[in-house]
Design a protein around this ligand. Structure first.
Ligand SMILES: [Fe+2]
Ligand SMILES: [Fe+2]
Length: 283
């Protein structure tokens, strides 16, 4: 288990049980009061008990319905009975998991342990976190943002850009309602947040430069959508940044697009969105 207080005192009480193979990582907050995701790893309980008794555990926040993020839940419930928070759409997709999980979640619901949460709500506790509904990887994706430290816990909505399996593990899963169009919108929304630290479901946490990872992920998606016309990827990224008011960065995107195809209508539109003076400056 890894801790982060040395890197940023605002992250005191945040710990990470590293992802293993196809299992997601698990984040522990408030020294054991809250978990984000439950992974699906053998021996999770032993790792969690490094912080003391599991009796402290009050809640598990679920980023999405995939088995690698919720499979460890059963093991945890053999010891304690925390509340489990999910988006209503995720609640439905949990019914698609293999036995015994549909029955497991039905039983939680019956016991009043399954809490449905929506975009804009705040998770209670000593580290209040804003809930963001960020569909795209699945339809019920949730991110949790701690405004105080700038920590974003984002499941598979954003994976570290250089993480090799990132594109595969974060792609839209259509079976669970994932859509590329939604993913682009969600990443754009996340780009508007003052994210400092990115705590993803897979790969190493990215400290201090978390916002940059979101930018790279969004640009990476535009690149993959416009493989043969890279100027369109720069133009699309530039338009998003204009809408977010990040004009200096948008200008850089325009400059890149303009070097590749300055007469392309999309590039001209970006120039117009930036105020129309960029063209003269470049030529
Ligand atoms: Fe995952
Ligand atoms: Fe996933």
């Amino acid at each position: 288990m890894k801790s982060f207080a040395d890197e940023d005192p605002q992250l005191a009480g945040v710990h990470w049980v590293q992802d293993a193979g196809a299992c997601s990582g698990v984040y522990v907050l408030e020294d054991g009061l809250t978990l984000i995701d439950a992974g699906n790893m053998y021996g999770l309980i032993d790792e969690l008990q490094d912080l003391g008794s599991l009796d402290r555990l009050q809640r598990i926040l679920v980023t999405h319905c995939h088995f690698d993020h919720v499979g460890g839940m059963e093991e945890i419930f053999q010891v304690v009975s925390p509340d489990v928070y999910v988006h209503p759409v995720t609640r439905e997709y949990l019914r698609l998991l293999r036995a015994p999980f549909p029955e497991f979640f039905d039983a939680l619901e019956k016991d009043g342990k399954l809490r449905l949460i929506q975009d804009g709500e705040t998770i209670p506790g000593g580290r209040p976190m804003k809930v963001l509904h960020t569909p795209g990887h699945t339809a019920g994706d949730l991110c949790f943002f701690d405004n105080q430290s700038g920590a974003l816990f984002c499941g598979d909505a954003v994976l570290p850009y250089r993480f090799k399996l990132g594109p595969a593990l974060s792609r839209p899963d259509e079976v669970c309602g994932g859509r590329m169009k939604d993913k682009l919108q969600s990443l754009k929304r996340l780009l508007g947040l003052p994210v400092r630290h990115l705590f993803s479901g897979h790969g190493e946490p990215v400290l201090h430069k978390g916002g940059g990872q979101i930018k790279l992920s969004l640009y990476g998606l535009y690149q993959s959508l416009h493989e043969d016309r890279p100027e369109l990827a720069w133009a699309a990224m530039g338009h998003d940044l204009v809408e977010l008011g990040q004009l200096d960065e948008a200008r850089q995107c325009w400059a890149k697009a303009s070097q590749l195809a300055c007469e392309a209508p999309e590039v001209k539109r970006l120039r117009d969105a930036l105020g129309g003076s960029e063209g003269e400056a470049a030529h």
